[in-house]
Design a protein around this ligand. Structure first.
Ligand SMILES: C[S@@+](CC[C@H](N)C(=O)[O-])C[C@H]1O[C@@H](n2cnc3c(N)ncnc32)[C@H](O)[C@@H]1O
Length: 410
């Protein structure tokens, strides 16, 4: 059980092969001061230090230790992390704890010797999939050229994927999902850059066994991406041709993703995630035609009519109203929900993310109050604008059940 500690100590503290060590997730029922701690070697005034980046929900704290590094490492080894992943130039060490707290240790060699990253201590925060060196994965999926630079046409997609990965790891407390493998569904995956990246990042970089399924109605894309996954031998990455709303997973996913799923496809993804009881939802909506068409046929509630006079304002108002109603539906149905700007508009103008975490205690006083308040706000908005949001239609039964028999929720 404690055999892994000398291995971790020697890989982190001895020799010069360390690339990065990541401590993440918490063991069942345990508490941790941080979500994740990342260690990497850095040079500070010509002295080798280990940089400890402590990440929690609100902020990152970074400290560089030389003599104290061994003691700081011991502190981490004594904490109930669920995963420890040490990457060196020679290979990987992965330690995972079972529900009963037993350590399972895997060690494997790197297929080819890896380069040591730059040891500058003040370099910019590293992206989940950095492009400061050639990366075979990014090259395989066509984001990076063989020469090791991100293709000009893929720069925005590359930024979006990295940001998506950062948000998923920072808010998902992935290690707290008490079963393995983790299951992820990417709705409206299209060319599946995000789908491949999530699979690669969680399995191969964070060392979290994860099965990922991409679904899309586009048969050609799905056939191409399925073939590519098979060629890579990535058994846990599959693709299926299906409308999102018709997709029936064998096992309900823990995490549902939807990046720019068109118009009401976003609503299908949110509705499915709620029905599956998925723990986390990350959705970046695309166009919002459904509600805009209805708004064109209605009179705006006074005194808001002038907001519909100019096409561009009407369109933006339609976007805001749609996403506000989506967030309210998720809150009403038991998800702590926020809407954030997930990336700068330089990379995409469709840059709002609806992020939802299923409430751990649906029956408690605060959760019930939140649900009632969100339902009331949702019904008031729908009534004022005389609209029938698509998500409300898909989840009409669930919303009606919430308000008691006879409520016309949509
Ligand atoms: C704009 S693309 C986004 C693709 C990918 N998520 C990305 O960000 O690169 C939207 C994708 O959603 C798919 N789609 C649209 N409606 C769908 C539905 N109801 N069910 C499944 N896929 C759908 C389209 O075929 C298309 O590939």
């Amino acid at each position: 059980m404690s055999d892994y500690k000398p291995l971790v100590r020697s890989l982190v503290m001895e020799g010069e092969a360390l690339i990065r060590a990541t401590f993440s997730g918490r063991q069942r029922g345990a508490d941790l001061p941080w979500r994740r701690v990342i260690l990497r070697p850095v040079m500070v005034r010509q002295v080798r230090h280990i940089q400890f980046s402590y990440l929690d929900e609100k902020q990152d704290t970074t400290k560089n230790y030389a003599d104290e590094a061994a003691a700081k490492l011991e502190e981490l080894l004594d904490l109930p992390f669920r995963n420890i992943h040490v990457q060196t130039t020679e290979g990987d060490l992965q330690v995972q704890f079972t529900k009963r707290g037993r350590a399972i240790v895997h060690q494997h060699d790197a297929p080819e010797r890896r380069e040591l990253p730059s040891l500058q201590h003040d370099r910019r925060k590293e992206l989940p999939l950095p492009a400061d060196r050639p990366d075979p994965f990014l090259q395989q999926i066509g984001i990076m050229t063989q020469e090791g630079t991100v293709r000009a046409s893929m720069r925005s997609k590359y930024q979006q994927i990295n940001r998506f990965l950062e948000l998923v790891i920072d808010t998902a407390e992935l290690g707290s999902v008490d079963h393995s493998p983790l299951r992820v569904v990417d709705c409206g995956c299209g060319s599946a850059y995000l789908t491949f990246a999530v699979y690669h990042y969680l399995n191969h970089i964070l060392g979290l066994p994860t099965r990922v399924t991409g679904i899309d109605v586009n048969e050609d894309l799905i056939a191409r991406r399925s073939g590519q996954s098979r060629d890579l031998g990535w058994d846990g990455l599959s693709f299926q041709v299906s409308r999102i709303i018709d997709y029936k997973p064998d096992v309900a996913p823990d995490i549902v993703l939807a990046l720019h799923a068109c118009d009401t496809a976003t609503d299908e993804a949110l509705a499915q995630a709620v029905r599956w009881g998925s723990a986390r939802i990350y959705s970046v909506p695309c166009c919002h035609h459904h509600l805009q068409q209805q708004m064109s046929r209605r009179t705006a509630p006074t005194p808001l009519a002038p907001l519909l006079r100019h096409g561009i304002l009407k369109q933006r108002l339609g976007d805001l109203l749609t996403d506000t109603l989506r967030a309210l539906v998720l809150r009403a149905l038991g998800y702590r929900t926020d809407v954030i700007e997930f990336i700068s508009t330089e990379h995409t103008d469709k840059n709002l993310m609806i992020r939802a975490v299923r409430s751990g205690r649906p029956g408690n006083h605060r959760a019930v109050r939140d649900t009632l308040e969100a339902t009331r706000e949702y019904l008031n908005l729908v009534e004022a604008w005389q609209v029938r949001p698509y998500l409300g239609q898909l989840l009409g039964k669930e919303l009606s059940d919430l308000m008691g028999e006879g409520t016309d929720a949509d």
